[in-house]
Design a binder for this molecule. Sequence first.
Ligand SMILES: [Zn+2]
Length: 378
Amino acid sequence: MNPRSLLSFCQADLKALMECLRRAVEIESPTSSKAGVDHLANFFAREFRRSGGTVRLLRHATAGSSLLAEFWGERRGMKPILVLGHLDTVWDLGTLRRMPFRVHHGRAYGPGILDMKSGLVCGLWAVRALRAVKGAPRSPVRFFLNSDEETSSVAFRKQILAEARRARAVLVLEPAQGRALKTARKGVGEFQITVHGRAAHAGVNPAAGVNAIAELARQLLRVERLARPGRGLTINVGVIEGGTRSNVVPEHATARVDVRVPRLGDGKALERKVYALKPVHPGARLEISGGVNRPPMERARAIDLFRQARKLGREMGMELEEASTGGGSDGNFTAALGIPTLDGLGGVGDDAHARHEHVIIRELPRRAALLAALMARI
Ligand SMILES: [Zn+2]
């Protein structure tokens, strides 16, 4: 199998690839819309079947369906390669009306196009390219397209982990970082800190009250001091709520705090410190919940796969770099199991989760060919 023949196939088939991408983008699939995600799952089920895959829809009572597709399933001699993607986006139903799919100056725009409908389409074309050049991989290739990645992959977490455990490598279809592949991701966590104080009239008997907002403000300054930005351990107090009206000493206040940790040990240490917070005011009570919910994807899990990708990229005339990111993906879970995981193999573009979200069109066949070459060679 010559990687260049994969690239030629994908480049020659770009028109069909773009048509498939347009159709995928035009099926709105916010995590919260079961109907929308189900619709997109059905769309990809048909496309994967057309490419010879054995496809199963995994239904869920409240979340959208996830999709499992297997190719070259008869090659049982080796553990499968798992290709991970997600069907859901962060864009609400109706977004297409103000942000329609469009092509302009070599870029394609639309909600979820970078994160990650282009990745899904590249995965599909990788299979099509391998079939076209008769370059079957040595092992089965299994796709798991998850339905609720953008809200931390709760519904199908168990199934994803089970798939990963039986795989020998995991390829993740999240967008590239610039053009770079992602070899490390920080762990992601969220804490909720609630202060219970005591309400009182702010004018008549303020001393009878315990101001929950003032207490929370003091606690949050302590929490911020737990950050180690130099090492990549960052903390963001993102939401704060509390109080009822200005002339009432507030009884309750709550903050939600996002944390990013470079190593598993950092997450454990941080959890210990946050849960050890003590009230400053003796009349206040703290209620703390949450913690690290996506473990970090450490570089050691990715580096061998990255080296192979770089070598294959060179054979196709691409110079691939590696990057790390603070954002989490399902690759965090699979890497934490010790399974070699390479991420950022999806589309190249910019502004994921933002108004001008787009992909660079000529990169798409290159990404599809790289995925195909990885499936064939690793
Ligand atoms: Zn994503």
